[in-house]
Design a protein around this ligand. Structure first.
Ligand SMILES: Cc1cc2nc3c(=O)[nH]c(=O)nc-3n(C[C@H](O)[C@H](O)[C@H](O)COP(=O)(O)OP(=O)(O)OC[C@H]3O[C@@H](n4cnc5c(N)ncnc54)[C@H](O)[C@@H]3O)c2cc1C
Length: 761
């Protein structure tokens, strides 16, 4: 893992979380390269292990048993994970272009994005067929199909287009599972028809005749109608048409045909083969660009054609990791030598499998058990990640073997050496102006001097009849993605302004960034401030200035100014709660425990992704809706947790509150994390507030109880609303993009009890 004392010297970007990259990332993690930052970018958070996919479809495995959690693997590897889509490369500037966020720099790049079934080339296929990749979409369509089939009354035909191993396995697995579902529901499995169409002369063209004959027999026995030389030329709702004019019923069409490379590769200038896959030499390196490697289905191996199969993608992982490391160290690369014959274990859906290797083939239930053993063994490498010794912050930077030029070496030594304090700890002016020069803060008429004409300080006018609202927030980065961190930090800082019912006007930033190579520091600042400015701009808040210094850790905060009517109309204070009001919460809670678990690689990647999405969701529209519904009091949830903030409201309001545990909106995984005993380091301080609870004893064993004290980052709004408007308000908030909004309690008149809050189930 990257030590805090070691500046980032080189960026390795892994594009796509396919089989080769998960193997390579794990290998690089086991022997970390000092000074190397690895960034994994993938459209999936959970990437499927292809060997077990048919078993998942057949119902033998659960989702998590067949998917590798890329978020968790990245934390284990000390790598940065970006849940995003690569749309191209800017090779001249060595940057990876991403959809909807700033490009990221690379010193070395590797591509493992798999293949894309060719739905575009066939009329109607894109609209009416379900391509097996990307797998996240396929999985959703598969779950939808399961639901449809459960409700079947009439005959239903599933067509699978593609006669390779993937198509055959998928057809048999789906048939097995769907028939089982119907049987369990007491319906006739014979309502289901299966048809498999392939353009070729035979199914399984790359396997030996014995294996083909076995599958032909199984398919016949299972009454899957196989049509060879049936090239589908049109897909219409309920019907497929082949090139020779035949038509086939198809209520659902699964597309598992020969695949091609992704469209974005076309614009990279890299050499591609006739199917659009990127050419690589024996070192898995592109012949045109030594800084770019590729592996798995997306790579076209120039020394000899390889089957597009997960087996090869997995096998390429090790030589890829080795060559990436050697390239970074300036050492000679080593050739990858793929095996001539490879073992394919193809399942028939019913816990039976056929082995195929060159001219050899055999089958049996035991082959399935053998395959199951091999597959589970592979997956354990990614689910049971070994504990790694954390780097001690005081540890001296280990020597780096990465190749640097003389100027980079000088900058690296200077970054590690003792740095000046005081003004000397400022980030260099040229880095700042390059990084911040492209930012475009929103321009407002009331900002007289801002970043568009920088001076010693900003000058902002307070419009007549308005009063100013001031707030400040600052915190250390809790994630490895500076762009997202910038978004969260800005959103968090704006939260107080919205909670007051004010309009954000201007913000000044304060940031600390770890020293390092100038180019790396510049990019870090650019990413972080781009994220922040996007959020500020969306809120109409102009960034008017700031200060950036060097520090051990990345941190960012904002002083935000807002405007409000000077007569204080529309101000939502903490102290306005009235007996009878309903208590609303607009976002789910649990960020504290989830990020504590994330740091220990104990949180699932999809939990963290959902928590981050919640954190970047602005409270602006929510505050407006609350005001429109007559909210009597409001605050934004931050470090003190739900109970702490509630008590901050009940006290000045002179009321009591009932909090319904069962109604609390919770982030996915929050309960799992507190159940595992993982809480934020701020939790113990918050727990002291339990004395505000009248009946805590009755609920301490409830698994949601610890979440009352969980500190939130960029949390939702907690507000009291008159009872007769509460239901409407919840509906309006849910419709406006706060789907988790819930009524979580009621306000009552102050009692004689010392404790203001009563819990209920
Ligand atoms: C039903 C079925 C069953 C199969 N069974 C087997 C089997 O038993 N054995 C076998 O060897 N092979 C099997 N295969 C083939 C196997 O799935 C592929 O060969 C294998 O998945 C290729 O692996 P990969 O690492 O190249 O890419 P993938 O596994 O496809 O992974 C690529 C990853 O990159 C991501 N990605 C794509 N584009 C982008 C982008 N622009 N930006 C960021 N991320 C991106 C994808 O979302 C994905 O997570 C099967 C295929 C199918 C369809």
């Amino acid at each position: 893992m990257q030590s805090h004392e070691q500046p980032v010297l080189r960026d390795l970007v892994l594009v796509g979380g396919g089989h080769s990259h998960v193997v390579a990332l794990r290998m690089l993690a086991m022997r970390p390269e000092p000074g190397l930052r690895i960034t994994l970018v993938c459209t999936d958070i959970d990437t499927p292990y292809s060997g077990m996919l048919p078993g998942y479809i057949a119902g033998h495995y659960r989702f998590d048993e067949v998917h590798i959690d890329l978020g968790r693997l990245a934390v284990f590897a000390g790598a940065r994970f970006i849940h995003g889509e690569v749309t191209g490369l800017d090779r001249a500037n060595q940057r990876v272009l991403l959809k909807g966020r700033p490009a990221i720099p690379y010193d070395l790049l590797s591509i493992n994005t798999g293949s894309t079934p060719n739905v575009r080339q066939v009329d109607g296929a894109q609209a009416h067929a379900v391509p097996v990749k990307p797998i996240a979409h396929f999985n959703q369509r598969w779950l939808d199909l399961l639901e449809r089939v459960r409700g079947l009354r009439d005959r239903f035909t599933v067509a699978v287009v593609g006669g390779g191993a993937g198509g055959v396995e998928l057809a048999l697995s789906m048939q097995y599972r769907l028939r089982q579902e119907l049987q369990v529901l007491g319906k006739s499995p014979d309502l289901l028809q299966f048809v498999l169409l392939t353009a070729g002369d035979t199914i399984l063209p790359t396997h030996n005749p014995g294996v083909r004959a076995r599958f032909a027999h199984v398919l016949k026995e299972r009454r899957v109608a196989v049509h060879t030389r049936a090239e589908v030329s049109q897909v219409s709702p309920g019907c497929l048409t082949t090139q020779d004019g035949r038509t086939f019923d198809a209520d659902e069409t699964m597309w598992v045909t020969q695949a091609g490379g992704p469209a974005w590769l076309q614009g990279t200038g890299l050499a591609l083969d006739e199917h659009g896959f990127v050419c690589v030499n024996e070192y898995l390196q592109t012949p045109d660009d030594p800084k770019i490697f590729a592996a798995g289905d997306v790579a076209s191996f120039l020394p000899r054609p390889l089957e597009k199969a997960g087996v090869f993608a997995v096998r390429m992982g090790r030589p890829l990791a080795r060559n990436l490391r050697r390239a970074l160290r300036g050492q000679p690369l080593q050739p990858y030598r793929p095996q001539k014959h490879w073992l394919a274990l193809i399942s028939t859906g019913d816990r039976h499998a056929v082995a195929s290797r060159g001219p050899i083939g055999f089958a049996g239930d035991w082959v399935w058990r053998w395959k199951d053993h091999i597959d589970r063994h592979f997956m354990r490498k990614f689910t049971e990640l070994p504990a790694m010794a954390p780097a001690s912050p005081s540890q001296a930077a280990p020597a780096s073997g990465l190749v640097l030029n003389a100027e980079e070496s000088r900058q690296a030594i200077s970054a590690i050496a003792m740095r000046c304090g005081g003004c000397g700890a400022k980030v260099g002016a040229s880095i700042l102006s390059r990084a911040l020069g492209n930012l475009q803060p929103v321009q407002r008429d009331d900002v007289l001097i801002g970043l568009h004409a920088p001076d010693d300080a900003a000058v902002v006018r307070v419009p007549p009849g308005m009063a100013m609202v001031h707030t400040v927030d600052f915190f250390r980065s809790f994630i490895d993605d500076p762009y997202l961190f910038g978004q969260v930090a800005a959103n968090h800082a704006l939260g107080d302004i919205f909670a007051m019912g004010a309009e954000p006007q201007s913000a000044t930033a304060i940031a600390t960034v770890p020293p390092g190579l100038e180019a790396k520091v510049e990019d870090l600042l650019l990413q972080m401030m781009t994220g922040a400015v996007e959020v500020l701009n969306a809120a109409g808040c102009s960034l008017v200035g700031g200060h950036t210094g060097e520090g051990r850790e990345l941190a960012l905060g904002f002083a935000v100014n807002g405007l409000i009517d000077e007569r204080m109309t529309g101000v939502m204070r903490k102290g306005g709660m009235r007996p009878g009001d309903v208590l609303l919460l607009t976002k789910p809670i649990g960020t504290g425990t989830l990020f504590a678990a994330h740091a220990r690689h104990a949180a699932k990647g999809r939990w963290i992704d959902a928590a981050l999405k919640s954190m970047v969701l602005s409270n602006q529209a929510g505050a407006q809706i609350l005001r429109e519904h007559g909210a009597t009091a409001c605050t934004d949830l931050t470090g003190f947790g739900l109970l702490g903030h509630l008590v901050e409201m009940t006290r000045p309001s002179g009321v009591d509150a009932e909090l319904q545990l069962g109604a609390l909106p919770l982030l996915d995984g929050a309960v799992d994390c507190v159940k595992a005993g993982i809480v934020s380091s701020l939790q113990p301080a918050n727990v002291r507030l339990r004395r505000a609870l009248r009946n805590a004893v009755a609920f301490v064993d409830d698994q949601r109880y610890p979440l009352l004290f969980d500190p939130q980052t960029a949390g939702g709004l907690l507000a009291s609303v008159p009872a007769d408007r509460a239901a409407d308000c919840v509906r309006a908030l849910q419709a406006a993009g706060y789907p988790h909004t819930a009524a979580i309690g009621r306000i009552s008149a102050a009692s004689d009890a010392l404790e203001p809050v009563v819990l209920s189930a």
